[in-house]
Design a protein around this ligand. Structure first.
Ligand code: F6P
Length: 547
């Protein structure tokens, strides 16, 4: 069964939401809290170690009900079933979308082309586990007989962002292995990493779903040449492994068949960290912790599949985000984790969200006349408070934000933790309340300013508040809770794609730039600049004249 193909703007719920928007637009959230003492309790979802408070949004119960009607009219329930059961919902590439199968229980049965894929997944998991144990305990050694000390992940996009985000988020759980990530085609990146490495004790993982990505293959070749300055060709099999669907190409690169970890077409690059693409995660936090990450994601999958929509975290967060994007016409969403460990989280989400839902053709092949994917950005608090929060508080743009925090600190530093969490909570309160004219007046009078000075300063110091936030409060940062958090956003992406009537699992938009870069590279090498616009020609001549 294909996904439903319903234009959301043609639904009854959409029209009702448009009308409803007119009545909500001018209301301050503080009045909504004043009208209903139970608001915060009603608009909170508690599940396992997650506490999601979405009461600080410009919504009422009616808004939510209408958004839930929209989900119903666009047949979200049916789409979720198709997603988890392995139907080819990535229609433009004729593939299933089954990153959820990678973390499914062993006794699950999920068929692709009539065959249960779970045994194949378990086989690769066993391979990851054995390999991890041998590298971590030092029984697998490098060409000179020394144990490995460093692991380098060579990949880009989904073959880099997921693993590198998880490795840095779970740094607390890391073992003795040092991990490095080489992604950019910029040769300075690979050279800076190489500088820190000893070829005798470094393991390289070439991660590329297609094994045809220019950046990854170029970096892998550069590293191989560097490695061969100290080692022999037969040593490659001890130091290089690959993760790919393209076994043939990985073999051609010189990687021993036993060192190739397969992935499958039904795993999208940006959702692949749960597969062997996560090998660097398993190596640096150990297989037990890697499996806990998968377990957490699986628990969130079950919540998403079974919880009633009004108590379903991915569904509710997706609907609220649609409310701002399509009715308030907000352009961006901020993700602010109050944990330095999660400093790569919004970067990771930028790919998974924007590559998935940055689409403008609907599932009927028509150009869309409503907004789809938002621009996603953010940085950890409290640093971001001292960077861009000014604009969130007093700028002209409305920026819905997710605040993500962990109640327990991993290093148990109570003094810091109390200060961190007070900032985490205070910012959503400040964004809600703002600062009234009366409060500013009182404050300025207390400072004994003259009437003239007060009048001059007053407008700058008042801010209206009414800025929406969701608070995702989690007990503690663990492999399991991180798995849940990532999976929560994956499903939010899915819900939004369904309602916007787009295909979330292809990424044709990134292809054109790759093709043109290939053409330009040929031009640079051959010194023949043809078929370009004048600006491009000027840039090419400028580069050639300087080099
Ligand atoms: O940027 C486009 C993209 O195809 C991503 O979706 C993918 O994660 C990345 O390139 C890397 O692709 P591969 O794993 O095939 O090297």
């Amino acid at each position: 069964m294909a996904l439903p193909k319903i234009d959301p703007t043609s639904t009854v719920a959409w029209k009702k939401l448009q009308e409803h928007f007119q009545s909500i637009n001018g209301i301050h959230m503080e009045d909504l809290f004043a009208q209903d003492a139970e608001r915060a309790n009603k608009m909170t979802i508690q599940w396992e170690d997650f506490y999601v408070d979405y009461s600080k949004n410009r919504i009422t119960e009616e808004t939510l009900n209408l958004l839930l009607e929209l989900a119903q009219e666009t047949k979200l329930k049916k789409a979720i079933e198709s997603y988890f059961s392995g139907e080819a919902i990535n229609e433009t590439e004729n593939r299933a979308v089954l990153h959820t199968a990678l973390r499914a229980k062993e006794d699950t049965n999920i068929s692709v082309d009539g065959k249960n894929i779970i045994p194949k997944i378990s086989e690769v998991k066993n391979k990851i586990e054995n390999f991890t144990n041998q590298i971590v305990n030092g029984s697998k050694k490098g060409f000179s007989g020394k144990a490995f000390t460093d692991v380098v992940n060579i990949g880009i996009g989904g073959s880099d962002l997921g693993p590198s985000m998880v490795v840095s988020s779970l740094e607390f759980y890391k073992n003795h292995l040092k991990s490095h990530f080489v992604s950019n085609i910029d040769g300075d990146h690979v050279n800076e990493v190489i500088k820190k490495l000893d070829p005798e004790t470094t393991l390289f993982i070439v991660v590329s779903k297609t094994f045809s990505t220019q950046e990854t293959l170029t970096n892998a070749e550069t590293i191989k040449s560097w490695f061969l300055q100290s080692a022999k060709a037969e040593d490659i099999s001890k130091h290089f492994v690959a993760v790919s669907t393209n076994i043939e190409k990985a073999r051609e690169f010189g990687i021993n068949e036993n060192n190739i970890f397969p992935i499958w077409n039904w795993v999208g690059g940006r959702f692949s960290l749960w597969s062997a693409v996560g090998l660097s995660i398993s190596l640096t936090i150990g297989y037990r912790n890697f499996s806990k990450l998968l377990l957490g994601a699986n628990k969130m999958d079950s919540h998403f599949k079974t919880a009633a929509f009004e108590k379903n975290m991915p569904v509710v967060l997706a609907l609220i985000s649609i409310w701002y994007n399509n009715f308030f016409k907000t352009e961006t969403e901020a993700i602010i984790p109050y944990s330095q460990y999660l400093n790569r989280f919004s970067t990771y989400l930028q790919q998974s969200i924007m590559e998935s839902n940055g689409k403008s053709i609907d599932r009927n092949g028509n150009t869309i006349n409503y907004q789809t994917g938002s621009v996603v950005w953010g940085q950890p608090g409290t640093n971001s408070q001292h960077a861009f929060f000014q604009l969130m508080h007093q700028g002209t743009k409305l920026i819905p934000a997710d605040f993500i925090g962990f109640a327990e600190s991993l290093h148990e530093n109570k003094e810091h933790q109390d200060k961190l969490i007070s900032n985490f909570i205070a910012q959503t309160e400040a964004l809600l309340k703002g600062k009234s004219k009366e409060d500013v007046l009182k404050e300025l009078k207390e400072q004994k300013l003259s009437a003239e000075e007060i009048n001059k300063l007053l407008p700058y110091k008042v801010f209206e508040g009414n800025k929406p936030t969701n608070t995702i409060f989690i007990k503690k940062l663990t492999p399991e809770s991180l798995g849940k958090l990532i999976s929560l956003y994956e499903h939010k992406i899915f819900v939004q794609g369904i309602i916007w009537n787009i295909f979330s699992f292809d990424q044709f938009g990134v292809e054109l730039g790759k093709k043109l870069a290939g053409n330009i590279l040929k031009d640079i090498k051959n010194n023949t600049f043809n078929n370009h616009d004048v600006s491009t020609l000027n840039l090419l001549h400028y580069y050639k004249n300087l080099t």
